[in-house]
Design a protein around this ligand. Structure first.
Ligand code: ATP
Length: 492
């Protein structure tokens, strides 16, 4: 386990305050115990007060965190001791807590042989303590560790599990903590007393919930298939090729193929960028995780970078997976020049990860306005390729009409004059075309004609203001920009 090693080396190096971000208190206690060596342990927690770390026996009843800290601070009580504080984030509004912690941290920096360890499920600390704090995240178990956990659990419960189910179950559990896995194993047994393939669905659904609760990543269900994309043939065949590599990644890497890193899909709104991100996960046959940049930005010092690191760690733990970063420009706009410090640091974390990434986490970043993105992001080595998605060409509009009519009124498709619709919709985005079909189908239902006709679609077109009508100037500028940069066109 990485965290054990990291904690030992931080303790040896004399780091004054170590912040362990986890809600698995028992597991963290074990890890801390193994790092203590011959030192004594003291603890303070909201529920227990000031107590002995090992026995949890109360030392001074009724003492709050501030009083305990001032006592330890004044009397040099901490020599050769670990002081573990649980739920500390709830008490950081008290200036006395901050002053005492700072003073203890200074003493440790000057040679006092002690360590303060904060254990909390929430990562939050005041700016005054920033330079004394080192953060440690609980690492996720590897697939082999998960297999061991499942086997131990099955043995304890006296049930068996086939090798095939063990393989699949351990894969499904990736990205969950030991504690969460334990709970899900118990739930999987609860219904029928054995492990069966039907438990995989339960695990998947619960995992979706747990990932959602992490607040920074969302697991998106895979509904879209490659046939749902009209046009964008270049992009589709590029993805197809990468999916072949991705699906046999071990063989490919052994052969000398580079690990696929990711793709940046930029261009006109409503033309299928998000659709492509979703389809990529389908093609690669892996889960799709969406990173919400809005949720990454936190209000406390270091919170945003930490959230970013957490999201990356979670995605890597779940890998193989697709990490979809939507509206990339919103996250990193202004890195050159007007960007604030947090955005610049966040960008740095992301870039380094993209550069050094060796896990099978394939990034699909989508962006509307690439001019707002920092140029470093577009240098070779970050993404495998950058594609430009423009307004659909006539042949692509034909396919988009067919797809969306086919989804709703397949039986009427043969009687519709698609060519006339195509010629009337120059400058329409894919979303505009979909909007026309939705409108027309509704009209056909409301007027009771019993079928969708070309006329319904014609009148819907007349009532639609296309994207190029609304954003004429900015679309022209955008396509010039993409041409100048020689990005690959997603369309053939
Ligand atoms: P934005 O930048 O505004 O998020 P986007 O480029 O990601 O836009 P999508 O969300 O993929 O666009 O497209 C919106 C909807 O329009 C899709 O759900 C889909 O139904 C339809 N659509 C767009 N382009 C296509 C296409 N090429 N083929 C089929 N449907 C399309």
């Amino acid at each position: 386990m990485q965290i054990k090693k990291a904690l030992n080396s931080y303790v040896d190096a004399g780091y004054p305050i170590i912040y362990i971000n986890s809600f698995e208190e028992t597991k963290v206690d074990n890890i801390i115990s193994s790092a203590m060596g011959g030192r004594k342990g003291l603890e303070w927690s909201g529920s227990q007060g000031f107590c002995d770390f090992k026995t949890k026996q109360n030392l001074i009843p009724g003492n709050g965190l501030a009083e305990t800290l001032s006592l330890l601070c004044a009397d040099n009580e901490l020599e050769r001791k670990f002081f573990v504080i649980k739920d500390a984030h709830l008490y950081f509004d008290d200036p006395k807590v901050i002053t005492c912690l700072k003073s203890i941290a200074l003493k440790i920096s000057q040679g006092l042989d002690a360590v303060v360890i904060i254990v909390s499920s929430v990562l939050k600390f005041p700016k005054e303590l920033e330079k004394f704090i080192t953060i440690l995240e609980m690492d996720y178990p590897t697939q082999d560790e998960i297999k061991d956990q499942i086997i131990t659990f099955a043995d304890e419960q006296g049930v068996t599990i086939t090798d095939e189910l063990l393989e699949d179950m351990s894969m499904y559990f990736k990205g969950l903590t030991e504690f969460e896995i334990e709970n899900l194993l118990a739930a999987a047994l609860a219904d029928d007393g054995m492990f069966t393939r039907s438990d995989l669905k339960l695990i998947f659904d619960q995992k979706q919930q747990m990932i959602m609760k992490s607040g920074i990543l969302e697991m998106i269900p895979l509904k879209e298939r490659p046939e749902d994309i009209g046009g964008l043939e270049n992009l589709k065949s590029w993805l197809e090729r990468k999916s072949k590599v991705f699906k046999s990644i071990n063989k490919a890497v052994e052969f000398g193929v580079n690990m696929p890193k990711g793709v940046l899909i930029a261009g006109v709104p409503g033309c299928g960028k998000s659709l492509c991100a979703k389809v990529t996960a389908q093609m690669f046959d892996v889960p799709l995780l969406r990173l919400d940049m809005g949720k990454i930005m936190g209000k406390y010092v270091g919170e945003s970078e930490e959230n970013m690191r957490k999201a990356i760690a979670l995605a890597e733990a779940i890998s193989p997976c697709i990490l979809w970063i939507d509206e990339l420009e919103k996250a990193f706009a202004g890195v050159n020049g007007t960007g604030n410090e947090v955005t610049v640091r966040l960008f740095g974390t992301f870039l380094t990860w993209m550069q050094e990434k060796s896990s099978s986490t394939f990034v699909v970043a989508t962006a509307n306005d690439i001019t707002k993105l920092p140029p470093e992001l577009m240098r070779k080595g970050r993404f495998d390729e950058i594609f430009y998605v423009g307004l659909p060409k006539p042949e692509e509009r034909r396919k988009i009409f067919e797809i969306h009519i086919g989804k709703r009124r397949k039986q009427d498709l043969a009687n519709i004059d698609i060519s006339s619709l195509v010629s009337q919709t120059e400058g329409y985005s894919g979303a505009d075309v979909e909007g026309v079909v939705i409108d027309a189908v509704e009209s056909a239902f409301v007027d009771g004609s019993g079928a969708l006709t070309t006329e319904h679609l014609n009148s819907a077109i007349k009532n639609t203001h296309s994207l190029s009508e609304i954003m004429k100037e900015s679309l022209t500028n955008l396509s010039k920009e993409y041409e100048n940069r020689h990005f690959k066109s997603a369309s053939r």
